[in-house]
Write a protein that binds this ligand. Structure first.
Ligand code: ATP
Length: 579
């Protein structure tokens, strides 16, 4: 699993091989140039002072030119690393974000049933950002440090192996501290990321449910819940800050003291005539060269941990394959007649009891059927199985005698219009929202669809007509208006199979009658399934199906079912108080 994740991560570098190569190359040139400066100084302090005056001036001038040249190279490399190198990171971050979003689009309903939106949003925002820090800054910093370390090591060991061993001993000690703390901090960061994404999810949920909060006057309760979430977050943050604070408390004084310590040790070496004042200057310069990246490495420790956690969280999600996908030999349904067959269908949700067992049903092409049954019996579930929002657990569903599992998903869903009880409108204009039903439709077709859904009348009266902004989730519209827009959207899609799941439930009697008429008009020569609790809306339906625990137990016209005096009659009497 881990190798798979790394392979997938490396895949993101592939389109940017050239930029990556240049970034690494300039990082190497940068570090080598920085490391070379003390060598020139060493040469100057060791040799030039012994030269005769003219030669000394000439050599010193050459060295000055060399150092200035190196500064220019360093500046050039730095600009590339900070600009193009960081751009490379931002591009990879964007690619990862796009891929996560695409991945979410491919997932089936069960994936979203089990996850919270806030957590998914945090995958795209925080986790992707933190991961990019890991893949960009960490290798760069480590590479820079390694080059400086190797350069310094060679010089130190050449001049004095004992002194080299002492310096490297201090560095190994510093790294042991980092290695001790990294896994602890990482575990805690993983925990705090989980808490943070829970906090974001709760926040998102509470803000989108603000009207419910206010209607129950539960603002104080929500504030207190939010405070609890914040406190849990604070607790986990406290532990990770305590850990990184302790690590830094040990490492920082050593880093700050590194130059004085090396200077004092080196001075002992000078006093014992083990090496010269020129060596001392070089050592101090090298200690200075090492100190910067050392600070960077320890400062990156937290970024590294955050990135590693982001890496895990992102690829844990990216490696989940959707269960409902196209098989290899899918077909497209051409000219759909709309015959729907359920053959011995059983179904249960991933986390739930069986909703259907061995259900068989045939809906003829062009038929208009109503589905009635007690709440929670599975009417919506039955409809959700037709566009494969969920796959049957056993048995099969066929459209025009083709098993839907063999039909290309996109083609299948293009042939089914779904107006569900949870209407979702996007923030944007009325026009945008109807247009969503068919992105190729013209403005005239959109208006025509709105007219057929009896939405045109109210849209026309809105402040900016079809260009009126309807707010997040259509919050500026009434329930009935939202429903009419959703119906217009389905009209625009114009599919051969229509499913209306409580589609008229928010309409007043007058509007309901109007919609009813247009639904019937639209349903002509199309297969239509209507789920309705209000039996008044389906009274004239030729075929009413009654769903209960044992499957479809009754069917017939309104009159036939009333005469049967079964479940339907019970429902009807309950609704119209005929006891
Ligand atoms: P209603 O008339 O109240 O809308 P329904 O007949 O349409 O109800 P469904 O929504 O299909 O009923 O639900 C059937 C059963 O499946 C219920 O027991 C419900 O709790 C369960 N259920 C629905 N959706 C899910 C889901 N996403 N995950 C798990 N169980 C679910």
């Amino acid at each position: 699993m881990k190798t798979k994740k790394w392979k997938k991560l490396l895949f993101y570098y592939k389109p940017y091989k050239k930029e990556l190569f240049l970034d690494i190359l300039f990082s190497i040139i940068h570090s080598v140039s920085v490391t070379s400066i003390p060598l020139l100084i060493k040469y100057a302090t060791t040799n030039i002072l012994n030269f005769e005056k003219d030669k000394a001036f000439r050599s010193l001038s050459l060295i000055t030119v060399g150092i200035v040249g190196l500064f220019i190279v360093i500046a050039f490399c730095q600009r590339y690393i900070k600009y193009q190198g960081n751009m490379l990171a931002v591009k990879i971050e964007s690619d990862i974000k796009t891929d996560i979003f695409k991945h979410f689009q491919k997932q089936d309903f069960s994936f979203f049933d089990e996850r919270r939106t806030g957590g998914l949003v945090s995958n795209i925002t925080n986790d992707a950002y933190n991961l990019t820090t890991l893949i960009k800054q960490v290798p760069e910093t480590i590479l820079d440090f390694m080059i400086r370390l190797i350069g310094t090591g060679i010089i130190l060991f050449m001049v004095s192996p004992t002194f080299g061993i002492i310096t490297f001993g201090i560095l190994i000690f510093l790294f042991s501290i980092a290695i001790y703390f990294i896994p602890k901090i990482q575990r805690n960061i993983e925990k705090s990321r989980g808490v943070y994404s829970e906090l974001t999810s709760n926040l998102e949920e509470r803000l989108s449910g603000i009207k419910t909060v206010k209607s129950f006057a539960n603002e104080d309760k929500e504030i207190s819940k939010y405070n609890n979430d914040i406190n849990t977050y604070l607790k986990t943050k406290k532990i990770s800050l305590k850990l990184s604070g302790t690590a830094e408390a040990i490492v920082d004084p050593i880093l700050i003291g590194l130059i004085p310590i090396i200077t004092i040790i080196a001075m002992f070496f000078v006093l014992n005539e083990k090496f010269t004042v020129s060596d001392l200057i070089v050592f101090m310069l090298y200690a200075d060269i090492l100190i910067g990246p050392l600070f960077n490495i320890f400062a990156l420790m937290e970024g590294f941990n955050e990135g590693a956690v982001g890496f895990k969280r992102i690829f844990d999600v990216l490696l989940i394959s959707p269960e409902i996908t196209d098989s290899h030999d899918t077909v497209d349904l051409k000219k759909v007649n709309g015959n729907i067959k359920f053959k011995n269908v059983s179904f249960h949700y991933r986390s739930g009891r069986k909703v259907f067992k061995n259900l068989s049903l045939e809906i003829n092409a062009g038929e208009y059927v109503a589905l009635v049954g007690p709440s929670g019996i599975g009417k919506s579930t039955l409809c959700n199985l037709i566009p494969r929002f969920y796959d049957v657990t056993e048995g099969e569903i066929l459209i025009d005698n083709v098993p839907i599992k063999n039909v290309r998903l996109k083609n299948l869903r293009q042939n089914i219009g779904f107006v569900s009880q949870d209407i979702f409108l996007f923030s944007g204009s009325v026009m945008d929202n109807i247009h969503y039903g068919n992105l190729d439709a013209s403005e005239e077709e959109i208006i025509e669809a709105a007219k057929r859904a009896h939405a045109h009348e109210f849209i026309f009266k809105l402040e900016k007509g079809y260009d009126t902004y309807i707010g997040e989730r259509g919050t500026k519209l009434s329930g009935g208006q939202k429903q009419r827009i959703a119906i217009a959207r389905a009209f625009l899609k114009n599919p051969p199979i229509l499913i209306f799941d409580e589609a008229t439930s928010s309409l007043d009697n007058e509007s309901e009658k109007l919609i009813q008429k247009s639904m019937e008009k639209l349903a002509k020569n199309r297969t239509t399934i209507v789920i309705a609790h209000r039996l008044s809306t389906i009274k004239n339906t030729k075929r009413i199906l009654i769903l209960d625990e044992s499957g479809i137990t009754e069917e017939g016209t309104h009159e036939e079912l009333l005469n049967k005096n079964g479940i339907y009659a019970q429902f009807y009497n309950l609704q119209f108080q005929k006891f």
